[in-house]
Design a protein around this ligand. Sequence first.
Ligand code: SAM
Length: 281
Amino acid sequence: MSDDWFEETYREVFRVGLRVKKWFHRSQSEFQRIDIFDSEIFGRVLGLDGVLNTSEGAEAFYHEQMVHPAMVSARSARRVLLIGGGDGGTAREVLRHPCVESLVMVEIDGEVVEACKRHLSTIGSAWEDPRLELIIGDGAAYVARGDLEPFDVILLDGTDPEGPGEALYTANFYGNCRARLAEGGVFALQSASPFIQREIFFRAQARLRAAFPSVHPYFGPAPLYCSGVWSWTHASDGVDPLAIDEARLAAIEAGCFYYNREIHRAAFVQPNFIRQGLAKL
Ligand code: SAM
């Protein structure tokens, strides 16, 4: 990586890069390399271990899809758990829902949070919300605890399954998330690019199906990420992801950049290569 460019290389065969206008932060934490810089088109960008994670310009595509399908379809959405999400964008979208009484956020890397608070404050604009409890720790260890009150919604906004994110892609972790859900609860996670990371995507689907009776991947654009097409997955004990709570939707829809009622419905439509791949699991 030169000083002028931030380049993400996927498996030594595919590379995308952004020209750096200015570096704001460059460090190696206990868990990962953290870079924050300014760019054309995407504005300020967060890179973790050389992977483009979020940007001021395109974060809404990702964070709104990460949060709202689960928040408007769960039976209730008062008590929410977020694992990862160190840039603060997912927490911000959760806290836009007035029905939320508490959001517990468990992020492994306090250095990511501090760097993002300092340099990406437009993304993480809800750090001071009194409903937010931030715990710096491992999300996998947290959901393994047996002494937690059930959550209505659990969101996993984690990194790729390498480094600290690895523990968040196991069947055991998914099983623990299910055990922490209240009745009618929903677990939603980012589940990688179904195109260039299709083995990660299908492996996650298989493991989720082993842990949950009802698993529905959904799709959308994520312009910052390698390959552009992204997936998230809605998993539950049988909650219909298309049964929208009207009051909850009405409270957030007009303020969204990307998400709305029609996008919600369209996102769950499966392209043929996904249908065929899922049929083989
Ligand atoms: N949207 C991003 C993407 O897909 O590229 C991910 C956003 S967010 C910055 C990912 C966060 O997950 C990081 O801050 C990372 O520190 C956190 N994380 C990774 N492994 C974790 C774990 N085991 N427990 C809690 N947080 C974790």
